[in-house]
Structure formats: C-alpha cells, structure tokens
Ligand binder design. Structure first.
Ligand code: BGC
Length: 494
C-alpha cells in the first residue's frame, strides 16, 4: 500500500465503475447475475420445500435430510460442574480442550490446543486418521498434566461433525463423509470403537462420554448463556443446523415410547437438503463441483453454501470465462495455478469483497501473489462482482434453512447461535442472511435500525469445546438420575 496514503473509506459496496467495462464483459456479468441471484419468490419456494423435507426426515420412511436424533435431551441450566475434555474433529483443524465448568452459574475455564488436520489424512487410511487424532489428544494431556499415570479417566465429549446415526449418545455410525473427506472403511461403521482403540493403544486415560455434532454443541453452548437460543448453526467448511424437537414429533422414534414432550436435539444435517435437485437453483458450476467431488449427488445444499466450495465456485467461473467464452478473461496469461482444483479458499473471496480501493488494488495484488495473474481493471470488476454474487447467494440460501426450522417449530421470535469461518469472517454474510430472512418471513421494515430482528442470528458460544463439555456433563447427570434412554443399550435396562 506504499504511496497510496491512508485507506479511503469504502465508497461503495458494489463493483468498480461498471460504465468503464467493455460490453462483452458486462454481458458476462449480467449472465452471472442471472445465474446466481436468488430472488424473494425463489427463497420462499425453497423454504416451503425445506419445511416439508424436515418433516420427511423425521418420518419412519425418512428423506434426504437425515434429521438425526442426538440423545441430547435437555438444555443446560447453568449449574453443570466438573472437568471435561473436548475433542473437535472439524473439517480443517483438530482442537483438544480441557474445560472446567465452575460453581459460578454459566461460567467455565478452558485450556486448548489446535492441531492442523493434514490434507493427506482426509483421503488416507482409517487407522492413520485415528492414530493421528489419538496422538494429538495424548500430546495435549501430557502437556497439561504432570503425571498422566495417576490421572483418573477424564470424560470426553467428542465433536465428530459428520452425519452419524446414534442409537446411543456414545455411538456414531458414520452415514457418509462430507467436506471432502474420503477415508475407506469408516462409512456405515461406529467410529467410537475405532477412536477408543487408538487411544487404548497409547494408554490415554480417557472415557468417551458423548459423541456430538458441532451444531448440537453450538445449540447447547449458546443456550447456556442465552435462553432465547433455539437453533444452533454452523456456516464454516460445511454447513448444518440443530434444534430441540419433542420426542412425540419424531415418528421414527415412536417405537421407543418416549414421553411425547421429552426434548430431543435433532442434528438436521441440512447440507443434504434437495439432493434430488428439485428446487435449488444450481448453476453449471455447482454441477461441476458436485460431479468432481468424492460424493457426487450428496450435500447439494452444502455445496452451494459452505466455505469449502465458495473459492472453488469462483475458480470455476474464472477458468470458464478464460477458456470457453468470447471474452477470454486473462487472455495470454499463464493460468496454470488457477487450473488447480480447490486452490482458492473462501478467504480469497473475503479479501476481494473487502478490498476498499476503487481500483481494486488489493485484489490485483492478491491475483499477482497467489495466482501469478495480472488482471485488467474490467476483469477485476468482474471478479469482484462474481465474489459478491457467490457470497450473497450463500447467505441467502442459508437463511432458507433457518426460516424453515423457525416455520416448522412456529418460532416467531428467537435467537439463532451461529459459528464457523464463513459466518464469523465472510464480509456481509450476516447482513445478507438477515435481509433474506426478512424477505422470506415478510417482516415489516424496522422503525429503528438498532432494533433486533424477530429472529436474530448471533455469534454463538464455543459449541465444540464448551458445548461438548456441557453435553458430557448433561449425560453424566442423566445417568445419575437414572434416565438412561439413549445412553444404555436396552438390554442393559433393569
Ligand atoms: C457435516 C455436519 C456438520 C457441518 C458443519 C457438514 O459437512 O455433515 O455434520 O455439522 O458440516 O461442520
């Protein structure tokens, strides 16, 4: 930025001077706008279909959205206590935490370490994955405890953020890998024994108390400090939500004869919404992403929204406009780096959308450094508009899921706790999502801009750390109280 003086305030949120853009590029921009814009009517149609698909997922026959019962059967009251380990196996990082829920209402202490999840492990062998995870847990315990041999077995909440069937809270039968993972021999199996075997081999003193999804953790952790929280969402590498259902409204659990008003957190796994491609406005770029992914036909909704795919969408657009269209953007430049799949992540789009300069100086530098490309100014304007369209579509489609749960549960007002890199870091994601919710639910204009929306999506508490510890605590409490459904195998009930 040398020589440019202080940054001017961003003068506008849109693209540079569209009037400077040659006609052919303008035509491409209009085409992208047509492909990526989801208007109010479409948002409402998607939401309507979403509501019926949520119901279908709870039915005995089931549907695309798994709607997994989690055996998390209450909200915390703020008086949970104890020390717990939490392991978060996310899409990008591994995190190990030790959380102490203190005697003070809703207060906790936390120590944590983060470990990178090596790319090769995501598509490698099952044993290597569990061994690496056990190593990280072991390393964490050895760093934070003096004499591990004297340590009592610590209860652990394992945040395993993939669709998993749970007949009990301490099991997770992986339905399918998502977020680009592709490790043979795990789908269809309970991951807990695999994880426990790796821990046992290292003599790690841990007892798994609960396997949880990051969305359920987010819901519980957020409700710990805010009783208006009704939905937990993740908008990160993947995307998904959880909410509290009544057992009586879950036909696929009818055989368990649970009291109708017994709460049961449902991990929706809404990334799988519209796998049949009935309503989502997929573009040719979405179709390529799906076809080239390890699980074609799966996670249709997630692939249009989640952080893992936003950079890839932009990359595919740019390669297409270079190769196949009359405009030939980046003509006569070496685009070999851009040709590499998944070379751009969502932070690339964030940086473009955040570029405050009228001449898109920072975007230009980014292209130079990362891709070895020198775009012209009109090309930069096109790229900026493409990023805006991708980011806006992601936020607006996400709102359909939140609206669908709210309509299904008849929540007229509530808080929604959201976490994940896209929610926390992607510029304007929150505002765009809030605007879409307003359009779907027909809220009147606010009198005062500071007023809360009836349904407000807020930054969540740490779900996969504190949430996991709370769920472990709630599970132990349930055991002590003798409410063992979803904990003990029925043959062990006396
Ligand atoms: C997984 C979910 C998870 C979400 C956010 C999705 O790919 O299937 O279980 O909650 O990502 O991490």
């Amino acid at each position: 930025m040398v020589g440019l003086g202080p940054k001017p305030p961003p003068s506008r949120k849109g693209t540079g001077h569209l009037s400077d853009i040659p006609k052919d590029l303008k035509k491409e921009i209009e085409n992208l706008e047509r492909l990526f814009t989801v208007d109010q009517t479409k948002l409402k149609a998607i939401t309507k279909h979403f509501v019926s698909e949520l119901d279908k997922g709870l039915s005995v026959e089931g549907g695309s959205i798994p709607m997994n019962p989690t055996w998390v059967m209450s909200f915390p009251d703020g008086y949970e206590t104890g020390t717990f380990l939490a392991l978060d196996m996310g899409g990008t990082n591994l995190r190990v935490c030790e959380i102490t829920l203190t005697d003070q209402k809703s207060e906790f202490d936390i120590i944590q370490s983060k470990y990178r999840m090596p790319e090769e492990l995501k598509v490698g062998q099952s044993e290597e994955l569990w061994d690496y995870i056990a190593d990280c847990v072991n390393q964490f315990i050895e760093t934070h405890h003096d004499d591990v041999s004297k340590l009592d077995k610590l209860p652990l909440g394992f945040t395993f953020s993939y669709p998993a069937t749970q007949n009990y809270i301490d099991e997770g039968i992986l339905q399918r890998w998502t977020k680009g993972f592709d490790i043979a021999g795990v789908e269809g199996k309970n991951v807990v024994p695999m994880f426990e075997a790796a821990l046992a081999a290292k003599g790690t003193p841990i007892k798994l108390a609960a396997l949880i999804n990051d969305t359920t953790g987010t819901l519980i952790a957020s409700a710990y400090t805010d009783t208006k929280m009704k939905i937990g969402c993740i908008f990160g590498t993947g995307c998904n939500a959880a909410y509290m259902e009544n057992a009586g409204s879950i036909p696929k659990l009818a055989h368990m004869n649970l009291p109708a008003d017994m709460p049961m957190a449902i991990n929706c796994e809404w990334g799988a919404f519209d796998n049949e491609h009935k309503v989502l406005p997929r573009t040719p770029y979405d179709i390529i992403i799906d076809n080239d992914s390890p699980r074609p036909g799966q996670q249709a909704f997630e692939k249009m929204i989640a952080g893992l795919y936003l950079g890839e969408l932009l990359r595919l657009i740019m390669v297409d406009l270079h190769d196949n269209h009359e405009t030939h953007i980046f003509a006569n430049q070496d685009i070999s780096k851009l040709r590499r799949a998944y070379t751009l992540d969502s932070s690339f789009l964030s940086a473009i959308e955040e570029d405050p300069w009228e001449n898109l100086q920072e975007t230009s530098e980014l292209f130079n450094e990362k891709l070895g490309i020198n775009p012209t100014h009109p090309e930069l304007c096109l790229v900026r508009r493409a990023a805006e369209l991708i980011g806006t579509r992601a936020a607006r489609l996400s709102a359909c899921g939140v609206a669908a749960i709210s309509i299904k549960k008849d929540y007229k007002t509530c808080h929604v706790g959201a976490d994940g890199s896209v929610f926390n870091k992607y510029p304007h994601f929150k505002e765009r999502g809030a605007q879409a919710l307003k359009e779907i639910l027909d809220w009147p204009d606010k009198k005062d801009p500071k007023e809360e929306d009836p349904i407000e999506i807020l930054a969540a508490e740490d779900g996969s750390g504190v949430g996991a510890a709370l769920i472990a605590a709630l599970t132990l409490k349930r055991v002590q109280a003798g409410n063992l459904s979803g904990i003990l195998h029925p043959e062990n009930f006396v």
